[in-house]
Design a protein around this ligand. Sequence first.
Ligand code: IFM
Length: 450
Amino acid sequence: MPTLKFPDNFIWGASCAAFQSEGAWQADGKSESIWDRFCHIPGNILNNDTGDVALDFYHRYAEDARIMKELGLRVQRISISWPRIFPEGSGRLNQKGLDFYRRVVDALLENGVDPFIMMYHWDLPQCLQEKGGWLNRDTAGYLAELAGTIYEAFPKEVPLWGTILEPQICAYHGYWDGKHAPGMRDFSSALLAGHNLLRAHGMMVDAFRASGTKGEIGITNYLPSHYPLTGCPEDIAAARRWDGCWNRWFLDAVYKGRYPEDMQQWYLNHGIVLPRIHEGDMQLISRPTDFFGLNYYYSYFIGHGQDRWPLEVNSVRPADREYTAMGWPICPDGFYDCVMRCWRDYGKKIIITENGAAFYDELTPDGQVHDAKRIDFYKKHLAALHRAIEDGADVRGYLTWSSFDNFEWALGYDRRFGLTYVDYETQQRYIKDSGRWYAELCRSNALEVD
Ligand code: IFM
């Protein structure tokens, strides 16, 4: 069995998020978030699941930090629930909310796990939604205020910081197809929301530098690879457009300080209102960061078609691929291409901030979860990542999604991504086979491939 050794000091970790894990939606002065509101409207979420309890991380963080240690994690990413800290969105600090994150950070450190704090993982205070949410330019400044408070609370304990998690998912599912909170459906609004999210990112980077907080900061993007269905020019152009919409729109803005010309032109030709760019916006959005956060799950196979107005594409599910429970094709080759492309086009050191797979895991009567498919998914993706590193990509770390099963947004609790199984009835945790396998990988810094 060949062994693939990863670079020395490679960061092995896992990710999770406040809304997906904490529960305690009204505890200790927390106000309602857009996701609380969205989940409480029947029909929005599969099985009408909510984040009210989730995996009760709010009360079980100490036990969970011990499990993270058992999983071998050097780093665990968490996110900050904004309405716990500023129930009115800004201004009045809710000390009990901040105290909770102090306890979490301490618990992680006591277990030898470094915290990675993501500032915004989608749970905007509902009161700010009522002022326009991400369509309101002021929302960016409110988020920078939250960030400033968190930097001040943790001036040296947190080695890695994230600003915005997947601005494309936030903007497109929140404002284009309405699958996520706040459930709007208007493409021009999605672009404006995206622009304000990126402005918030820039403001948080500025606040970070000004605060003198220790650690490194970056943004995390959601980056599928895109392949044309055929070699015909229409399909090639369609795949490039889809990539322009999902990847280049955000990456070019953050790392090159401009939105791609071809996409701007396409949108204008389709009657889309582009976000109004104020003086200084693009400089703010493209402030230098310390690392490139890359989330990869699957690839798209795209032809020219009539779907997804205004993009005019047709996304096809190839028959020769295996699929996860999300219906996503398993494409480790796309992971390699994505990493190489990001390194080649943007040249910044990369941390894989998410990669993982959902399956319908089953708990055996003796408390085991034999999730061989997940282990296979990880092995294939990590071999692809190793190949990218060998081929010159500067990749410093890899975080799985996710340490625990959790609330998968519009799909509720049905799909399980965790290294640890959560029985939501009893709130018992069970480390899956993949969790034990991952712990060994973290310990050895080496991947055994079959
Ligand atoms: O669960 C999500 C996470 O919140 C953001 N990245 C993708 C994951 C899987 O869909």
